[in-house]
Design a protein around this ligand. Structure first.
Ligand code: PLP
Length: 412
């Protein structure tokens, strides 16, 4: 079977919306267009019923009660509401004072967690950013060591979006509950792909997003625990008091319907999909590692999400590598900032050197990825890397057994 080009291997950035979710959404653009907050006519009731159903579908996927779901515009907003909302609600000192409380997060979290934490730092909160070890996994022991008597909030993501590593979330949740700290997890890459139960896993606040799990963009959810303990949040956006006052604004009924459908589909298809993606990812990893020398898989070998592979290729230049595999839509280990290409801060935090970080690829698979696509991608990458190396003087030196890192370059 011929593959259709370009091949999409960037499912960690966003996914195609499942046509079954689109189908569920369509009536809510046109016939059933009511505002779910309109209490006195059929249009409003239809909207409300649709939102209620989606709330049940979302809650069922994570073992929560429907009342514990707060609709947002996506994980960025969910993370902001969870982190700023909880910190400000449970702050120990008045605004503008020092020692408002201690927060723990990891240094390789998504920016949507790091930046709210940094803002809280400016407000006087004390934030510890845990440095991950080389395998990228944050453990219960690391959090326990950083925990203090005034720790009010811990935010540790479940699966990392760049390297796919899985942190010890249930164990960290249990620790937080023992120590009386609120526990938030950014589960954007986890929910819908891996079994989740907020009770078993000791989670107080959890963010996830529609467009990372075959739902539409611009809609997300925040799980907010209601008992043992009851978690309260200070709202960021004020207005009509929607979502129990935590998130005002007319609900995105259409998006929420698609989100709910995506949750229902994930619940039924998770097991088989997980096995399938794991098989494909392992093949990708195995073939690239066996057909090429000097490659490095970034992150823990086993504790990784089924759909993400992050791999570095020594002695090739990152930009040239991307140019050489134009038919494969994926991400690189470089982040475009305004002026220059910066190596990924996630890879850097693991101790990956700048050169290897630049020459790394994040290949992320999804519901429509096929074995033919994996085979095609492997061939294309092997070919591109080999081609670039034939033109590389450093590669020649390496092949002659000279340790390139020990060469003292002349700089005039
Ligand atoms: C994509 C992503 C986000 C941001 O989600 P949006 O819904 O696009 O705002 C946050 N955290 C992680 C881990 C992600 O992968």
């Amino acid at each position: 079977m011929a593959v259709k080009l370009p091949i999409y291997m960037d499912n960690a950035a966003t996914t195609r919306t499942d046509p079954r979710a689109v189908e569920a959404m369509l009536p809510y653009f046109t016939e059933k267009f009511g505002n779910s907050a309109s209490r006195n006519h059929k249009f409003g009731w239809e909207g409300e019923d649709a939102v209620d159903l989606a709330r049940e579908q979302a809650a069922a996927l994570i073992g929560a009660s429907p009342k514990e779901i707060v609709w947002t515009s996506g994980s960025t907003e969910s993370n902001n509401l969870a982190i700023k909302g909880a910190a400000r609600m449970y702050a120990k000192g008045p605004e503008g004072t020092k020692n408002r409380g201690h927060i723990i997060a990891a240094a390789h979290e998504h920016k949507a967690v790091l930046d709210p934490c940094k803002r809280l730092q400016n407000e006087g909160f004390d934030v510890t950013f845990l440095q991950p070890p080389a395998d990228g996994v944050i453990t219960r022991a690391m959090v326990a060591e950083a925990m203090r008597d005034d720790t009010i909030l811990v935010s540790i993501m479940w699966g990392n979006n760049e390297i796919g590593t899985i942190n010890e979330v249930p164990e960290i949740g249990a620790l937080c509950h023992e120590r009386g700290a609120i526990f938030h997890t950014d589960a954007t890459q986890w929910v819908g792909k891996m079994p989740t139960d907020v009770e078993r896993d000791h989670i107080d606040l959890m963010s996830w997003s529609g467009h990372k799990m075959y739902g539409p963009k611009g809609v997300g959810a925040l799980y907010v625990r209601r008992r043992n303990p009851r978690v309260r949040l200070e709202a960021i956006q004020d207005g009509g008091g929607h979502e129990r006052g935590m998130r005002s604004g007319t609900l995105n009924v259409t998006g929420i319907v698609g989100f709910g459908k995506a949750c229902e589909l994930a619940m039924h298809e998770m097991e088989t999909e997980r096995e399938r993606l794991l098989g494909l990812r392992r093949k990708l990893e195995r073939e690239l590692s066996s057909r090429l020398e000097v490659v490095q898989v970034n992150g823990h070998a086993e504790r990784r999400l089924p759909h993400i592979l992050n791999i570095s290729f020594g002695y090739v230049e990152g930009e040239s590598l991307l140019m050489g595999i134009k038919d494969i839509a994926c991400s690189s280990g470089s982040a475009c900032t305004s002026a220059s290409l910066e190596p990924s801060y996630v890879l850097k935090s693991l101790g990956v050197g700048d050169e290897l970080a630049h020459s790394s690829l994040r290949l992320s698979l999804g519901r429509w990825s096929t074995e033919e696509e994996v085979d095609y991608a492997v061939d294309a990458i092997v070919k591109a890397v080999n081609h670039l190396r034939t033109m590389s003087p450093l590669w020649d030196l390496y092949k002659e057994g000279i340790d390139v890192s020990k060469i003292e370059w002349q700089t005039h």
